[in-house]
Design a protein around this ligand. Structure first.
Ligand SMILES: *Cc1c(COP(=O)(O)O)cnc(C)c1O
Length: 476
């Protein structure tokens, strides 16, 4: 009993803890209330543990341990819910991890626009109201060679707006091979219903011919010939697909607009890197009337839907009430303008736009990073078996199915810790590190990890080990 009293006396007073230099150094800009609350919680927890303490167990608390726990607690309390993680999965456009990372220039432009007043809807020449569409319309039409363009919240919204303006109460013809579902909630038949259009399916799952479209056209009733890029699946074997050129020809003959939902907005030909995705410019070549694509897939920009093509249709869509409902905010516009600006120099874009630089990164660079990380881990601790390993990355974001990008990473096994435990602890580190378990190893793919993040990854692993050791000591 006396021992307990003695231990309780060891718990430092809150005021005493608050004087500790480390709390000032780490948390100079943190609200004092939050620090006090953390100190109180940790000291309370120590008190409760002492009350359950029984003779024979090692004595505690230890001041140093308590300070570390407090620092940890403050970090956790300060954490935002939406926060950065390190993506060790090798999937570049990981939808759950925020799809595209933005270029440095893009982030600068967002900050500049967000912290200041801007020309969002102001025409500097006239000194009065302008349009938010104007900012990037010129840039998009210049890069893609189209007449007009507009930007909405995402590509799903782009298609919805297009159907609502051009096809409400009318027919939209789509091939049965292209009735796509993207990520659960975006399904072509459902968007069609939402847009008030009647879906007319033609052809079969594996084969659709131009005559299937032709036979379905009803004069005065058919509003759109829609082509949807099968972004996230491929139909192979005995197949036939209608080319854009054939559709355009039929469209011209029947005076029905041809619309292409391209999905990913790839602007640079990446065949050289084994990526067989249609580019925006190549898709426009046959003369389609409207094309739409995402801002945050292979374009490498913010979440947005870009619609570009014939002016008469774009002008109509801009005036539709839904355009207001699905409009983008200034930060998205700032990001998108800066992203498109990167494309004015295609070679530079491959380096400055993270999505493209992660696709085109030389394999040696990944191997070097893997070697560095493996070495760093081995030097820090012998708790893991560490190897440099070959990896297969992916583009992701519902694009290029079955395409694996050969790369390098680090494969890790715990000498004592289980893979599940390492994976879970890495995810609960200050900067969560998201990894895959593959072939009985933790795999950290260097394709999606920047060199400046290697130190953090190393620290995260070391933290996992320390956490494990602490737990073991407690159990003993
Ligand atoms: C991804 C995709 C969409 C949806 O785009 P979001 O920008 O995610 O709304 C629509 N159509 C196709 C073909 C796609 O690949």
């Amino acid at each position: 009993m006396d021992k307990k009293k003695e231990l309780l006396k060891r718990i430092p007073k809150i005021d005493e803890v608050l004087k500790d230099q480390r709390l000032f150094v780490f948390f100079e800009n943190t609200a004092r209330g939050l620090i006090v609350e953390s100190v109180r919680e940790i000291t309370d927890e120590a008190r409760n543990r002492i009350l359950c303490w029984s003779e024979g167990e090692p004595p505690f608390p230890d001041f140093e341990n308590m300070i570390n726990d407090i620092i940890d607690r403050i970090y956790r309390k300060r954490q935002r819910s939406l926060r950065r993680v390190i993506n060790g999965t090798g999937t570049i456009l990981h939808t759950n991890l925020g799809r595209a990372r933005l270029s440095k220039e893009t982030c600068k432009n967002i900050e500049e626009t967000a912290t200041n007043y801007s020309t969002l809807e102001y025409d500097l020449k006239l000194g009065n109201r302008g349009s938010r569409h104007d900012h990037i319309e010129k840039l998009i039409t210049k890069i893609t060679g189209t007449q007009a363009a507009m930007v909405v919240n995402n590509n799903a919204a782009a298609l919805l707006l297009c159907l609502s303006e051009l096809a409400e109460g009318k027919d939209v013809i789509v091939s049965r091979g292209e009735l796509v579902e993207i990520g659960g909630s975006f399904r072509i038949p459902e968007i069609m219903k939402l847009g008030g259009a009647r879906l007319v399916e033609v052809g079969t799952t594996n084969k659709t011919k131009i005559d299937d479209y032709r036979n379905a056209v009803i004069d005065g009733q058919t509003a759109i010939l829609l082509k949807v890029h099968t972004s996230n699946y491929k139909i192979m074997g005995f197949t036939a697909d209608t080319s854009l050129a054939e559709l355009v020809e039929l469209g011209q003959e029947t005076k029905i607009p041809v619309v292409y939902d391209l999905g990913s907005g790839l602007l640079i030909d990446l065949q050289k890197y084994g990526i067989d995705e249609p580019t925006v410019i190549e898709s426009l070549k046959p003369g389609i009337d409207l094309i739409m694509f995402s801002g945050d897939k292979l374009l490498g920009g913010p979440q947005a839907g870009i619609i570009t093509g014939k002016k008469e249709y774009i002008d109509r869509m801009k005036k539709h009430p839904l355009a207001r409902v699905v409009r983008t905010d200034k930060m998205t516009l700032a990001a998108l303008e800066a992203t498109f600006c990167e494309y004015l120099d295609l070679e530079k874009a491959k380096e400055s736009i993270p999505v493209l630089s992660m696709i085109t990164v030389p394999i040696d660079e990944m191997r070097n990073k893997a070697t560095l990380l493996a070495e760093r881990i081995r030097q820090a601790t012998d708790a893991f078996d560490v190897e440099v390993a070959r990896t297969e990355g992916q583009i992701g974001g519902g694009s290029t199915p079955n395409l694996y990008l050969p790369g390098y990473g680090v494969a890790i096994k715990g000498r004592e810790m289980s893979l599940d435990r390492i994976e879970r602890d890495l995810r609960s580190y200050q900067v969560p590190v998201i990894v895959r378990i593959y072939q009985e190893r933790i795999l950290i793919d260097m394709r999606t990890v920047e060199e400046e993040d290697l130190e953090t990854v190393g620290k995260a692993l070391l933290w996992c080990k320390e956490k494990y050791d602490k737990g073991k000591k407690r159990d003993e």
